[in-house]
Design a protein around this ligand. Structure first.
Ligand SMILES: [Zn+2]
Ligand SMILES: [Zn+2]
Length: 425
């Protein structure tokens, strides 16, 4: 009886869901074709010219107001609903990666290019091709029922999610779109990432900190050069760096509350010296820092500074520690997550919606979430029965996506829009 009352209470939403399901099924093969075309013709960040044109033409054909060249190659389309209500944004990222595809597919990538001066293959090795295709599908589904929409939908096709790291330039598509004012009139934003380690037909989410914030670490330790046979006549930056690296390990084991949230500090490269019997003057180290939430980020940064600076001091060396802030942590606000969970359950079926552990990868969707409430989910893209531990991971030449999960992506994103609008009445 209770369930009857609940479903009766959301009767309007149920009929909209049914309409969405019907259109999503109809459009599935088109979404797959779009994705294969994008997969065959991948483009690096801020160079998504072909992709952006196809997107803009599609949105225009659906009667939307379309703005191009937002944050270099981004496209924004607005669908005005038939009734007044909130502005709900949906986001897809469009960029590919400098990876040479190894999959033998009829729509295998044909593109190559130059990345930071190096010739390379280009591949949709993170699955952003599927995000673009799915959102084009959602655009068509919702445009077909615009008179029933109680609000407007902003379709954000974003460039350069993977970031632009060129000498002197570090930038991210979402950050730049926010700076250009894309979020000012938005009430809430939703986004998804196809995920190679979740079965197609399932959805992963997490309330609170979901994906890590990422920052770059750059350290120079300066000692005093000496003959390798008489180390006492100098200050050895190599031994000092070794102590500093070991010191950094105590941040995770002794400072961070790992029962609450994990964190990572990795030194990825260390350079110093030229010859077996010369103690060099300098050692340089670079690394990556992953944290969940601003409070933890502040703590980890502070400890990195204290540990390296004081270990260097104790050795008579000097340390220069620089931390470059890249993406904030992707955090799903618990209130919005609770509100939208029924939409996920309705789209995927209870049992196919998985609450996930935090992910130490990062997403620049976090920049949108810093502006307005935003909910980010993972859409299953692994073949049914696949092994998440051995399935090729994102950013690798063998990365592969099962397209059977796309239609669920179209339905979930469309449900978010009509359900959010329904709640705001
Ligand atoms: Zn990626
Ligand atoms: Zn990605």
């Amino acid at each position: 009886m209770l369930s009857f009352l609940i479903s009766a209470g959301s009767f309007g939403q149920s009929s909209l869901h049914a309409k969405i399901d019907k259109s999503a099924d109809k459009i599935e093969s088109k979404v797959i074709d779009w994705r294969r075309d994008f997969h065959k013709h991948p483009e690096l960040g801020n160079q998504e010219f072909r992709t952006a044109k196809i997107v803009a033409d599609h949105l225009r054909s659906l009667g939307m107001e379309v703005t191009e060249n937002v944050a270099v190659t981004g496209v924004v389309g607005i669908l005005r609903g038939g009734k007044p209500g909130p502005m709900v944004a949906l986001r897809a990222d469009m960029d590919a990666l400098p990876v040479a595809e190894r999959n033998d597919l009829p729509f295998r990538s044909v593109n190559t290019g130059t990345y930071n001066g190096q010739e390379t293959g280009i591949m949709h090795a993170c699955g952003h091709d599927s995000h673009v295709a799915i959102l084009m599908g959602v655009a068509e589904v919702l445009a077909g029922m615009k008179n029933q929409l109680e609000g407007s939908v902003k379709f954000i096709f974003q460039p350069a999610e993977e970031g632009i790291y060129e000498p002197g330039v570090t930038t991210f598509g979402a950050k730049q779109m926010v700076e250009e004012g894309v979020m000012t009139d938005v009430d809430a934003i939703f986004g998804l990432h196809i995920w190679a380690a979740i079965e197609a037909g399932k959805i992963g989410y997490r309330s609170g900190p979901f994906m890590a914030g990422v920052d770059n670490l750059e350290v120079t330790i300066t000692g005093t050069q000496a003959h390798g046979a008489s180390p006492w006549s100098g200050v050895d930056p190599i031994v000092t760096s070794a102590q500093a690296i070991l010191g950094l390990q105590t941040i995770l084991s002794r400072n961070v509350n790992i029962a609450e949230n994990p964190a990572v500090v990795t030194v990825g490269a260390i350079h110093g010296g030229i010859r077996h019997n010369i103690i060099p003057e300098k050692v340089e180290m670079i690394g990556t820092i992953r944290t969940f939430g601003e409070e933890q980020q502040t703590l980890v940064h502070q400890r990195i500074h204290e540990i390296i600076t004081n270990i260097a001091k104790s050795a008579g060396a000097k340390a220069d520690v620089k931390i470059g802030k890249l993406y904030p942590s992707t955090v799903n606000p618990p209130e919005l997550t609770d509100k939208m969970l029924p939409s996920l359950n309705a789209a995927a079926g209870i049992g196919n919606v998985i609450s996930m552990d935090p992910v130490t990868g990062s997403e620049d969707f976090s920049f949108f979430q810093k502006e307005k409430p935003g909910f980010f989910i993972f859409l299953g893209g692994m073949k049914k029965g696949g092994d998440p531990l051995t399935t090729p991971s994102h950013h690798t030449p063998d990365f592969y996506i099962d397209e059977a999960g796309f239609v669920l992506g179209v339905r979930a994103m469309s449900y978010f829009v009509v359900d959010y609008m329904g709640m705001k009445k």
